[in-house]
Design a protein around this ligand. Structure first.
Ligand SMILES: [Zn+2]
Ligand SMILES: [Zn+2]
Length: 712
């Protein structure tokens, strides 16, 4: 199911021959080092051969094992209950059954994984001491198993049926690997099948196939079915897989919860099942409920969704520090001859080496770390293929589009509220010049006391009305989208997140500048708070009068200064080697302070620009700079100009009948590079001219259009 005899033989040869696989297999296991990554398998197996197997009581919920500050508490090395559990970040301590139960949850997963490492060590070395120990774990679990899940959080060995599914899969793979090793008698097999696998499967199947839990449930049922050769279980899993692919996966290839966490989480489960199927002659990799929708799309779509650094935008629930999981892409490379997957693996590994250096040891979420599938099936890759073509992409089911050129990438989350969603409609994130300047920080562990901040609208780059969190939007419309050669543009309107308020956001990326234009309208006056957070140190340019503002609606933000501005607010954020020049036009009150980053330990710069009235307009320009490059931002009438070395972009915020730029469009832009017009863009218009020369002309008004091949 996980690896067949022929593949094991090849692996055995690779380990005997020397090279990276031998090094990985024979690597010593340092204390505290992960046993989950297909790394140091022999050392892990040897350690477990000499460990007395003691099956813990019923396990709790791993998310309970978090500090109020959002950090996971330190697990005891021996997994025994402690009088106190300590937060490694802030030192706060916790105790009690809830925490003991969470430790037991971790312990169960650890023991199941130990069984798999033992089984793999047996498969590679054919030494019975490993299969005997793996058999002992299975036997002891069969003896200790308390009975099936009766609902999603009752019964079973682990509190959540989700954890039960994640725990049973490696045990089923273990059973398969050592089945014919001689370590199990016929009586053992009957015991393990009847007292462990069948009741566990029965409980998991009962808990249904909804959402990402369902992905794990169905995969566990299928993998157990293969392990004990039960065709009914496999049939159930196949039917359920088909139903999830058809009904739960989005037509845009993304899992409609949160991509960085809940896309790859079910995909990880599917791969366990699909690999077992593949070795049984059933090809789920080619299954498509409709053209272009299926497992391949689940691997392909995230390549366009991720930032150029391979970090995944942390939209909605889930960890901030999440990268493209190269472990899974080993399987993608194995099952499809798509150069994009080979490129992702090679580029990811190169980048991962740099990321790993910056990450704390033991953090398993970094890019390019050791990988089980890499160890089992990875091979020397051909010369790195050309990268796939990256372009702004709309994911209409998820409700998010990306805007990108060779300098910048933005995500624009315009869609409806989905499972594990955040009230972040119309929020954007900004990546520029290799740096994630303004991310969404996702969420810390669900048990964290600071969770409310991450699940509030204020934790996102959008406009908050009257200090409140948005209602859940049901609208998934994108008014306009252009992923052009010169211009990247998107527009969306929200009317169902604040009663009586319409808010429209337009984002335009052209050349080295990004504009974000917000228009708010209501019949009554409101406080409109335009919010933005940024990595790095802010420097305020210009003199502004101190002012007062009621900021009690943002208790998680500490404001250092509140000032008023008449026309333009200028701030630079320094974040070496990247600088972000920022300008905001519209006037009002500005508050600059700090808010939580990915937890309540680290804080980042936070900007609020407030206008009060029935209507408001915010026009912001973001200009990523190299240190020393002075971007100049100016406004004359309804025309904004942004000058950078070698380049000037003019933005028109309405029809213009005189001057260099003339247009009938609601929004238009002209880019001049080295004295030449190199690009033009308009939205809601039909005509754009520069110094009397027509750049864009259409028969009637269009949502948006661009011109790129201009020769003057
Ligand atoms: Zn803490
Ligand atoms: Zn969020």
């Amino acid at each position: 199911m996980l690896i067949n005899g022929r593949e094991l033989e090849a692996l055995r040869h690779a380990v005997a021959a020397g090279g990276p696989k031998r090094d990985a297999y024979l690597h010593p296991l340092a204390p505290g080092e992960s046993e989950y990554a297909g790394f140091a398998i022999r050392a892990a197996a040897n350690r477990w051969v000499n460990t007395r197997i003691r099956i813990p009581e019923h396990g709790g919920h791993s998310h309970d094992f978090f500090c109020d500050c959002g950090t996971q508490l330190s697990l005891p090395a021996d997994m025994q209950p402690q009088a106190q559990y300590v937060c490694p970040a802030c030192g706060k301590t916790y105790s009690g059954e809830r925490f003991d139960a969470a430790v037991r949850c971790f312990d169960h997963h650890k023991i199941a994984n130990a069984a798999l490492n033992l089984a793999l060590a047996y498969g590679i070395g054919q030494d019975r001491k490993y299969s005997d120990k793996a058999a002992e774990i299975l036997r002891k679990y069969a003896e200790a198993y308390p009975g099936p899940h009766t609902n999603a959080v009752a019964g079973g060995m682990l509190k959540q049926s989700l954890n039960e599914a994640m725990w049973i899969i490696p045990l089923a793979q273990t059973y398969d690997l050592i089945h014919d090793s001689g370590a199990l008698t016929d009586a053992d097999k009957r015991l393990i099948e009847d007292k462990l696998f069948r009741p566990a499967e029965e409980g998991i199947e009962r808990c249904g196939i909804g959402g990402n839990w369902g992905s794990w449930h169905l995969s566990a049922v299928g993998v157990v079915g293969f392990a004990i050769r039960d065709a009914g279980m496999v049939r159930f899993a196949l039917k359920s897989f088909e139903a999830q692919m058809r009904g739960q996966l989005g037509d845009d290839g993304l899992w409609p919860e949160s991509v960085h966490c809940y896309h790859f989480f079910p995909l990880r489960a599917f791969v366990f099942f699909a690999e077992a199927c593949y070795r049984a002659g059933i090809d789920l990799y080619s299954y498509q409920p409709k053209p272009g929708k299926g497992l391949r799309a689940m691997f392909g779509a995230p390549l366009q969704y991720m930032y150029p650094s391979f970090q995944l935008p942390a939209i909605n629930d889930g960890w901030y520090a999440a990268w493209l999981p190269l472990n899974l892409y080993e399987i993608a490379r194995l099952r499809w001859s798509d150069p994009a997957f080979v490129w992702a693996l090679e580029e990811g590994r190169e980048r991962g080496a740099a990321v790993a250096e910056a990450m704390p040891a033991g953090n398993m979420r970094y890019l390019g770390g050791p990988s089980l599938y890499g160890f089992l099936f990875g091979s020397t890759l051909p010369a790195k293929p050309k990268p796939p073509r990256f372009a702004g992409t709309n994911f209409p089911n998820f409700g998010l589009c990306t805007l990108r050129n060779d300098r910048m990438m933005l995500t624009f989350h315009y869609g409806r509220f989905l499972g594990h969603g955040h009230p972040d409609k119309l929020s954007f994130t900004l990546f520029a010049d290799g740096t994630l300047l303004s991310p969404d920080y996702g969420t810390p562990g669900y048990g964290s006391k600071i969770l409310h901040w991450f699940q509030s609208t204020a934790a996102h780059n959008t406009v908050v009305v009257d200090g409140k969190t948005q209602a859940r939007s049901r609208d998934n419309a994108l008014d306009a989208f252009l992923a052009g050669k010169v211009a990247q543009f998107a527009k969306a309107t929200a009317t169902d997140i604040y009663p009586g308020v319409s808010q429209a956001r337009r984002i335009l990326v052209i050349g080295g500048v990004c504009f974000v234009i917000d228009d708010l309208a209501s019949d009554t006056a409101h406080d409109y708070d335009w919010l933005f957070r940024c990595e790095g140190t802010p420097r305020v340019l210009g003199a502004y009068a101190d002012a007062k503002a009621d900021t009690a609606c943002y208790p998680s933000v500490r404001f250092d200064r509140v000032a008023s501005f008449e026309d333009l607010l200028r701030i630079d954020w320094k974040n070496p080697p990247c600088e972000l020049a920022f300008g905001m036009w519209g006037g009002g009150i500005a508050g600059l302070g700090k808010c939580p980053a990915e937890d309540d330990i680290r804080h980042v710069s936070f900007l609020m620009c407030r206008q009060r009235g029935a209507k408001a307009r915010f026009v912001a320009a973001f200009v990523p700079n190299k240190p020393g490059d002075q971007a100049r931002l100016a406004k004359s009438g309804d025309i904004i100009s942004v000058s950078m070395p070698g380049e000037t972009v003019y933005l028109s915020l309405g029809a213009q009948s005189s001057g260099n730029l003339t247009t009938d469009a609601e929004l238009a832009a002209v880019r001049i590079a080295d004295g030449k017009v190199t690009g033009a863009f308009l939205a809601r218009g039909s005509r754009l001219a520069w110094k009397g020369k027509t750049l864009i002309e259409t028969a009637s008004k269009v949502d948006c259009a661009e011109a790129s091949k201009l020769s003057f």
